[in-house]
Write a protein that binds this ligand. Sequence first.
Ligand code: ASP
Length: 340
Amino acid sequence: MNTITSSSVFPSLSRIAVLATGGTIAGAAADATNTSGYQAGVVGVDQLLAVVPALSSVARIAAEQIASVDSKDMAMPLWTTLAQRINTLLASDEIDGVVVTHGTDTLEETAYLLHLTVKSDKPVVLTAAMRPASALSADGPLNLLNAVTVAAHAGSRGQGVLVAFNNRIHSARDVVKTSTYAVDAFQSPEVGALGWVQDGRVEFQRSVVRPHTLATEFVIGPNWPLVEIVTSYAGVSRLAVDALVGAGVRGIVVAGTGNGSIHASVQQALADAASQGVAVVRSSRVGSGHVMRNGAAADDALGFISAGSLNPYKARVLLMLALAAGGAGPVALQKVFDTY
Ligand code: ASP
């Protein structure tokens, strides 16, 4: 599907591709008061756009339905399709920026993946909603308008992949979902949002420091090394780690306690895995802060890598890309984590 709207009315407006993937923003429930028992990803992109007539004075829109999934079911082949489509669109002189509508559940993972693999400095902005399209006070329409506004804004160029949600603009690297139900569901812990968008106005208050998009070594491809996540908690056994190693996993991210500390039983299992060539990355389950190398575990001795300020889910994205790019060994992989 490809719909261009309002092109002849405002020929000087930015040309923004809106790529829909599903999620609650495209969700529908049996009645307007139901915001938890609904089906995600059933409303088409044309309908999402139709309820926001103000879009036509912000941008010329080319709409595509890439997928219709609940983002809890996001999978790597769809990541490959989405990233490749964005790269194709942004390589064209006909498109100035991209907006992706997505579910909130794995939005932070998709956003970071695109941040590392989009090969353009044109804006890419993800948005979503906490309430389905059928709800009273649905948040999707305004989030969509704001996302297109951010994508059409000159200051968004070169900032990497952005997330526009509930009037705030976040960097894909920093943003995380922090509420199961609130409309203000996304935060950038420790560092805060990059800026805000309101009533057509966009303001950036800081910029992105770490390399992204054109400045990374990563390209999107069809191959995804097997990388899984394990958690450390009271009474945890080494069963999960041993099973993953037996299954041939290439990398394991551990969501450690505190500053990436790991229960002794799991730490031994992970040390055994590292000695067999499995990449082991220490992150934290805490939700903010960073994991210091050689802080809560002796990384040098155990052959572990520290995730720094990446949460376990984003650390997994980076580890998969690094391994796919041929990265190997804790020294080289630590450099990747220190860089991105
Ligand atoms: N399960 C939904 C999804 O991630 C939740 C949402 O979009 O808010 O697709």
